[in-house]
Ligand binder design. Structure first.
Ligand SMILES: Cc1cc2nc3c(=O)[nH]c(=O)nc-3n(C[C@H](O)[C@H](O)[C@H](O)COP(=O)(O)OP(=O)(O)OC[C@H]3O[C@@H](n4cnc5c(N)ncnc54)[C@H](O)[C@@H]3O)c2cc1C
Ligand code: FES
Length: 280
């Protein structure tokens, strides 16, 4: 008997969906947030990223910074750093961006259930953590004590000013904020974000989610280890130049890992050795 196998129709992983910018907010001098209107909605997990394509310019990986409970809006917060992100900065509501994804590993929201959670964000690193905090707020009963340490270089570089104010009004969230360098308007804590770690309320079985520059993640992990956090319970989000975003081109290789498919979120215990090596 002859059996015929009919191949499942496959969606091309490189296919881009055009989405219109529905809103835009300037966060700081070089950082902005755009809301896209995904036709049919866009579901994602906290920590995942998309590839954003500016027609005729190029494509970049950007973490999703919105609320996973609102699939009708796809939000990204972007720092203008070069060719593509500067082109995105020039775009306005009504303009169209190409989107692929979501891709990558997300934050360990399931593993964190029933445990205390510590979030630590530095600068633009707060953007990929925002969906994790939104998820926790939407499902507050699933988590124990929740605290967050946020650091910016200066008061002018603060992102999500209104949201941070709202988060700080939640009686069941401990949100600590610091800046490296203060000005005359600043009344809060001054110093690097790691200085806040000893103040955060959490037991040593807590799950930590950390995102920021490499050096900040290394020192944060060290400070968490000083508090007896288990190295497997500390998660970081890696950054690497990307091309395909789906494990095909090797552009994002980081030691034995492809950041696009093995990451970006990894246990610090798995990447600690790589953090210390230049030009990996
Ligand atoms: C998983 C993941 C998630 C990410 N999430 C975010 C996010 O949420 N938000 C965000 O803002 N970014 C995010 N990034 C980083 C973002 O992808 C990069 O900033 C972006 O790819 C830069 O591309 P570009 O074309 O704008 O810059 P490029 O032109 O590629 O420039 C990149 C770097 O080179 C420098 N550079 C550019 N031109 C020159 C020049 N002529 N001479 C010297 N130096 C130069 C720039 O200063 C910049 O540091 C993420 C990256 C990854 C991997
Ligand atoms: S970007 Fe191509 S393999 Fe990761």
């Amino acid at each position: 008997m002859c059996t015929v196998t009919i191949a499942e129709p496959r969606i091309d992983p490189m296919l881009t969906t055009p989405m219109v910018i529905s809103a835009r907010r300037q966060e700081t001098a070089d950082t902005f947030t755009i809301d896209l209107a995904p036709p049919g909605g866009f579901t994602f997990l906290p920590g995942e990223f998309t590839m954003l394509y500016v027609y005729g310019v190029g494509e970049v990986p950007i973490s999703i910074s919105g609320d996973p409970a609102h699939p009708e809006v796809l939000t990204h917060t972007i720092r203008a750093a070069g060719k593509v992100t500067e082109a995105l900065e020039r775009m306005r509501p009504g303009d169209t961006v190409g989107v692929r994804g979501p891709y990558g590993t997300g934050w360990p929201m399931e593993a964190a259930k029933g445990k205390d959670v510590v979030l630590v964000g530095g600068g633009i690193g707060l953007a990929p953590l925002r969906p994790a905090l939104s998820h926790i707020i939407n499902n507050r009963i699933d988590y124990g004590l929740v605290s967050m340490a946020i650091g910016f270089r200066s008061p002018h570089e603060m992102l999500f000013v209104e949201e941070i104010r709202e988060w700080r009004q939640h009686f069941d969230l401990d949100i600590e904020l610091t800046v490296d360098v203060a000005d005359e308007t600043w009344r809060g804590s001054v110093g690097v974000v790691t200085r806040l770690i000893p103040m955060l309320e959490a037991n040593e079985d807590a799950i930590a989610m950390v995102c920021g520059p490499g050096i900040m993640m290394t020192f944060t992990a060290r400070a968490l280890r000083d508090r007896d956090f288990h190295p497997d319970n500390i998660y970081v989000s890696l950054e690497r130049n990307m091309k395909c975003g789906v494990g095909m081109c090797g552009h994002c290789q980081y030691g034995p890992l492809f950041v696009c498919t093995d990451g970006p979120v990894k246990q610090f215990s798995e990447v600690e050795r790589l953090f210390g090596i230049r030009e990996v």
